[in-house]
Design a protein around this ligand. Structure first.
Ligand code: CP3
Length: 372
């Protein structure tokens, strides 16, 4: 072992490995600099991914651990980030529960026979979470590759968001079918969320046992709920899932979109980190979450199309708003979209890596030049 390796393996050293820097920030422990990764960091904006996609469907990539690991590793290494999110999809658990779906070009996911009745909910299976083991096998490969060099993120959908996919059958504008079942058949709704939590808990357990350091729960559609509806129909199931995953010994990141009015309540789930979307300033979101939680975010992903000067201003604004407080993970406020210039994503990662807050005792160590 070299002298350098020896130093960086000390947990409290200033020279933190990226993986531990990321996990420490999730737990609001001091770090040498702000960790960074990007929502949807592996995907169609990247030429390497498009090349793999020429030969395989999305689901084929997810189901072949070798390919899923390769796509995950390539993206993380190319971007110079502190964490790698496993390449998978939110909808994978639908299949073992008995709902077939496909990704149609240009249309996004389509569930062939969406749930509409209590009978449909009763027919959902919860005994086949083992079929999802291919995700855990991919995580093992990624963990074996990075060891402690990068944080490894496993993920799943939140109960409300998965339930709405199952009911709407795909994307939706008004969530009418979801809300009809939610308001009109409360027993079926409760049974549906129970079944989803059961399967997701098992799915997350596989991912944690395989080496995921952190689990992110995507509640991408939760912004369609009022605060009262969130409290009455979604919060409880999310909280149960968050607590079950934490009991496995890993921190949880809970992320949603258009959540300004929900952040305080989302924090009550007990999630270690709340993901902020990009619609309000980071410090405003963090105040709503409360400073007893870490936050992740929150650059508008479309800013990645801006000229470098503008991009840098927006990135630094977010870092200034975090003010060197322990518990900020830099990220986007939603996923990278196709067509995003890869070099701009790399530039953002570099700005974050090199940023040091003036006068801060917490994040001033390290020797990378300050970027003005
Ligand atoms: O690095 C990564 O983040 C990639 C792994 C990943 C994918 N999906 C692969 C994927 C992750 C983290 C997801 C999560 C996911 N999937 C979410 C939550 C994230 C969010 O944005 O809120 C959601 C809502 C889904 C469901 C889903 N999957 C949709 C709506 C779509 C269509 C999107 C589109 O633009 O067509 C997908 C397809 C999908 N999942 C793609 C990728 C890379 C693109 C399609 C392809 O390669 O053919």
């Amino acid at each position: 072992m070299s002298a350098t390796n020896k130093i960086i393996s000390e947990p409290d050293s200033d020279f933190l490995l990226a993986g531990s820097r990321f996990v420490r920030a999730c737990l609001r422990k001091p770090v040498d600099r702000t960790p960074v990764w990007f929502l949807r960091q592996a995907g169609r904006y990247m030429a390497e991914y498009r090349e793999v996609r020429k030969h395989h469907t999305l689901v084929e990539i997810c189901k072949q651990p070798e390919l899923a690991a390769e796509v995950t590793i390539t993206a993380a290494e190319k971007l110079g980030v502190d964490a790698a999110i496993i390449f998978a999809d939110l909808l994978l658990p639908l299949e073992p529960m008995g709902l077939d779906f496909e990704f149609q070009a240009g249309e996004g996911p389509v569930v062939h026979r969406p749930l509409r009745t209590a009978e449909d909910v009763r027919a959902l299976r919860t005994d086949r979470a083992g079929d999802l083991e291919y995700v855990a096998r991919a995580i093992e490969k990624v963990a074996g590759h990075f060891r402690d060099r990068l944080g490894i993120i496993g993920f799943c959908g939140a109960p409300y968001t998965l339930a709405s996919y199952m009911i709407e059958g795909g994307g939706s504008r008004n969530y009418i079918e979801t809300k009809k079942l939610m308001y009109g058949s409360p027993a079926a709704w409760a049974m549906l969320l129970d079944k989803i939590v059961l399967v997701l808990t098992e799915y997350c357990r596989q991912q944690v046992q395989a080496g995921a350091d952190v689990i992110q729960i995507f509640d991408s559609w939760v912004g369609s709920l009022s605060l009262s509806d969130y409290k009455d129909y979604a919060f409880e199931a999310s909280k149960r899932l968050v607590r079950a995953v934490q009991a496995m010994g890993v921190p949880v990141i809970y992320f949603g979109v258009e959540t300004a009015g929900l952040l305080g309540e989302m924090a009550v789930t007990g999630a270690d980190v709340i993901g902020l979307d990009w619609r309000q300033p980071l410090d405003v979101g963090w105040n709503a979450v409360g400073h007893t939680r870490a936050v992740q975010g929150n650059l508008d992903p479309i800013t990645l199309f801006a000229p470098p000067e503008i991009l840098e201003i927006r990135v630094r604004e977010i870092l200034q708003a975090a003010a060197g407080r322990p518990g900020h993970i830099f990220n986007l406020g939603h996923g990278i979209v196709p067509g995003t210039p890869v070099e701009n994503v790399q530039a953002v990662a570099k700005i974050v890596r090199e940023f040091r807050l003036e006068g801060s005792g917490l994040q001033t160590s390290g020797s990378e030049a300050v970027h003005d």
